[in-house]
Design a binder for this molecule. Structure first.
Ligand code: AMP
Length: 390
C-alpha cells in the first residue's frame, strides 16, 4: 500500500478533552485519513460533532478511561486541567503523548515555575505560598507590584489578582485565603509573544513562527504574525521554545508564552503542552497547521513544514459578539483575506471562545487593520434590516 497511503491511515488517536482544540485536531486527523475518539466529561462537546466516537465520562473514571485507552493507538490531551493521576493509571495501556509528567508540570504554576528555574529558563521572580501560609510575607518577598495567582486551574487570567500598590494587599489576602498560590513579580512588558513548538519521538523539532499577542481582559484578542519585533527577540523566543521542548522531553506540541520586556529581554510566562490559541493562525497561513503537526508528532510521522505562506492576524470571536443577536457573518465573509472558523458551540456566553478568524494580507500591519475592521463588521447591522435583530 506504499505510495498512496494517507498520512494517518489506520491510526486511531484518542483525545482527552472535547473543546475547540480537540475539534480542530479531529478535523485535521479526519482529513489525513485517521480515526479520532474523544473522552470528555460534558455531553455534546465541540469535538464530538467531528470525532468517530465520543465517550462521556469523568476523567477519574478509570474503567471508562482504560476501555478508551485500549481502543486508541495513541492518546493526547487538549485541556491542561485533565488530572494527571488517572493518566498515570492508564500509561501501560497505550501511548500517552505528551507524557503525563509534562502535563503535571505545566498544569500547576508552582511546579511550572520551579521547573523553569531548575532548568535555567528566564522567568519573572516568584515566591510560593502553601495553603494557609503567609501570603503577606510572600508579597513582601517578591515586592509590589506583583501578581498573585492560584497554583492550580489558572488560565486566561482566571484565578489571578494584580497587587499594584500596598493598598491592594488586604484584598489579595482575602481572595486567596487558604489557597496555595504563586506570587510573581509584575512584569512591565512591552509586548507578549508566544511560540508553538513540536517535537517527535526521535527528537526532531519544528518551531512555528513567533506570534505577537494582544490580550483584552486577559483573553487573547489578536495574534499578529510575523511579530513586529527585532529578529534577535523572535530568535531568542524560538530558541527557548525548542530548548523547553527538549528539556521537558516533549512528544507532541507545546505552546510557550513569553513576556518581552522594555529592554528586549524574553521571559517565559507559561507552558501549555497542547495546541495553543495563538497558533490558530497556522490553519490558514502555514504549510502545516498546528493541529496536523500535533497529529504527526504524536503518531511518529515526519513533522510538517512550519513555513509561513502569508502575513496573518488571528482574531478570537468571543460570546460577547452575540450581545445584540447573531453576529453578521455575511459581512465578515465578504471581507478580504478572511477565513472563518466556528466551534459549533450552541450557547454564547461573554468571554466564551466561540470561534476565530484569520485575515491574510501582504504585511502584518495591513492584516491587523483588516482584522480590526472584520471584528467591527461582526457587529454591523445587516443591510436592509433595522435595529432589534434577534
Ligand atoms: P496567565 O494566565 O498567567 O497567562 O496570565 C494572563 C495574562 O495576565 C498574561 O497574558 C498577562 O497579560 C498578564 N500577566 C500574567 N502574569 C503577569 C506578570 N507577572 N506581570 C504582568 N502581567 C502578567
Amino acid at each position: 500500500m506504499s505510495g498512496n497511503q494517507s498520512l494517518l491511515n489506520g491510526t486511531t488517536i484518542g483525545v482527552l478533552g472535547g473543546g475547540q482544540l480537540g475539534r480542530m485536531l479531529a478535523q485535521a486527523v479526519k482529513r489525513l485519513g485517521g480515526r479520532i475518539q474523544v473522552f470528555e466529561p460534558q455531553a455534546s462537546c465541540p469535538a464530538s460533532a467531528v470525532a468517530d466516537k465520543t465517550v462521556t465520562a469523568p476523567y477519574e473514571d478509570i474503567a471508562a478511561l482504560s476501555a478508551f485507552a485500549r481502543e486508541c493507538d495513541v492518546i493526547t490531551y487538549e485541556f491542561e486541567n485533565v488530572p494527571a493521576a488517572p493518566l498515570r493509571a492508564i500509561e501501560n495501556l497505550t501511548r500517552l503523548r505528551p507524557h503525563w509528567r509534562v502535563l503535571e508540570t505545566a498544569q500547576n504554576r508552582s511546579r511550572e515555575k520551579n521547573w523553569l528555574k531548575q532548568n535555567g529558563f528566564p522567568h519573572a521572580r516568584f515566591a510560593e505560598v502553601a495553603a494557609g501560609g503567609d501570603l503577606i510575607g510572600g508579597i513582601g518577598e517578591v515586592g509590589v507590584p506583583c501578581v498573585v495567582k492560584t497554583a492550580d486551574f489558572g488560565y486566561d487570567g482566571k484565578g489571578q489578582f494584580k497587587v499594584m500598590s500596598e493598598s491592594d494587599i488586604p484584598e489579595a489576602a482575602q481572595r486567596f485565603a487558604g489557597q496555595p498560590v504563586v506570587i510573581e513579580q509584575y512584569v512591565d512588558f512591552s509586548c507578549e509573544v508566544s511560540v508553538v513548538v513540536a517535537r517527535s519521538e526521535n527528537g526532531e523539532t519544528a518551531v512555528f513562527p513567533v506570534s505577537e499577542n494582544i490580550h483584552t481582559n486577559h483573553i487573547l484578542d489578536f495574534s499578529i504574525v510575523p511579530a513586529r519585533l527585532p529578529a534577535v527577540v523572535t530568535a531568542a523566543a524560538e530558541k527557548m521554545a525548542r530548548e523547553v521542548a527538549e528539556k521537558i522531553d516533549l512528544v507532541g506540541v507545546l505552546g510557550v508564552e513569553f513576556f518581552v520586556t522594555k529592554s528586549g529581554a524574553v521571559l517565559i510566562n507559561e507552558l501549555a503542552p497542547r495546541t495553543h490559541n495563538s497558533g490558530h493562525y497556522t490553519m490558514d497561513a502555514c504549510v502545516t497547521s498546528q493541529f496536523e503537526q500535533q497529529a504527526r508528532a504524536i503518531c511518529g510521522r515526519p513533522l510538517g513544514a512550519v513555513t509561513l505562506n502569508s502575513p496573518v492576524v488571528m482574531v478570537n470571536i468571543l460570546g460577547d459578539a452575540w450581545a445584540k443577536g447573531e453576529p453578521n457573518w455575511p459581512a465578515l465573509q465578504a471581507h478580504p483575506g478572511t477565513h472563518l472558523h466556528l466551534y459549533g458551540k450552541s450557547e454564547a456566553r461573554p468571554g466564551r471562545k466561540m470561534g476565530h478568524f484569520n485575515v491574510l494580507a501582504t504585511d502584518a500591519d495591513t492584516a491587523l487593520l483588516l482584522a480590526k475592521t472584520g471584528k467591527q463588521l461582526l457587529r454591523a447591522e445587516p443591510a436592509g434590516e433595522g435595529p432589534g435583530r434577534a
